[in-house]
Design a protein around this ligand. Sequence first.
Ligand code: PSU
Ligand code: MN
Length: 303
Amino acid sequence: MTPVVSEEVREAVEAGRPVVALESTIIAHGLPRPRNLRVAEELEAVVRQQGAVPATIAVLDGRPCVGLDKAQLVRIATEDGIRKLGHRDLPLAVAAGASGATTVSATALLAARAGVRVFATGGLGGVHREWTVTLDESADLGLLARTRITVVCAGVKSILDVPATLQRLETLGVTVAGYGTDRFPGFYLADSGHPVDWRLDTPGQVADVMRAQDALGGPASALIVAQPVPEEDQLDPALHARVLADALRACETRGVTGQGVTPFLLDYLVRHTDGASLAANLAAVRGNVRLAAEIAGVWAEAE
Ligand code: PSU
Ligand code: MN
């Protein structure tokens, strides 16, 4: 299942130039249409502005692709029947010749296989509230415990049980640092209400940690760089709390389970905050993509 790496990405990886992996589930299932296509293109442009090469990742007609051309990006954003693929779904999608968007877990796996070390997203998946009943924990966590990649994110999605997710990351041995903060970010919110033990303040410091990971050896786990959405762009915390409580109730009432839970909750928030949650989500992702490109730049210089 060797990924099909675009020529631009392959050349950049071979030459040691900066590359940033981008996931496609946020495009296909995390953002409303038609805005999602514009966002996909904008995120790639942000990477380029920083002098790095974007590698958006997805599976098209059974082929895992690292680096999409314009037509492929359009398919992911607009085609009906684009599936949501976690890493466990990849062999099924390949064998069936299916097309799908990759979550953090599938994107991280394919990026690492293609030699891409830095990856930007919005918020990681994690332990869902009601875990004691549903046992719903995103496959993102387990995969990141086994993959050497740096993920820039705004923490984990605030629809989750954040302290339980932080605990699982600790148990699984995933390295976590706040970026420019001692507080663990809360995706739509700048502060999840929980502290983070380590803080990094510059792309150079992040690259130092990446080098130390490699020098130490040990399990090939990830580095999570958790950057908060700027406070002026965050969702109003009171609105967030109120609408999220409604969203969780609606999810239960409608019997949404499994892969459908996260897209349902994100969509509910967009519709019931008059788009404010979308604005916060986009601000977080944009900031993460920019920082990831900076980190990739410093990393490429140091290699
Ligand atoms: N970040 C966003 N929007 C998203 C996601 C992340 O801003 O839609 C996606 C990621 O692909 C993540 C997935 O891996 O949600 C988690 O889904 P689940 O909880 O079903 O594992
Ligand atoms: Mn889940």
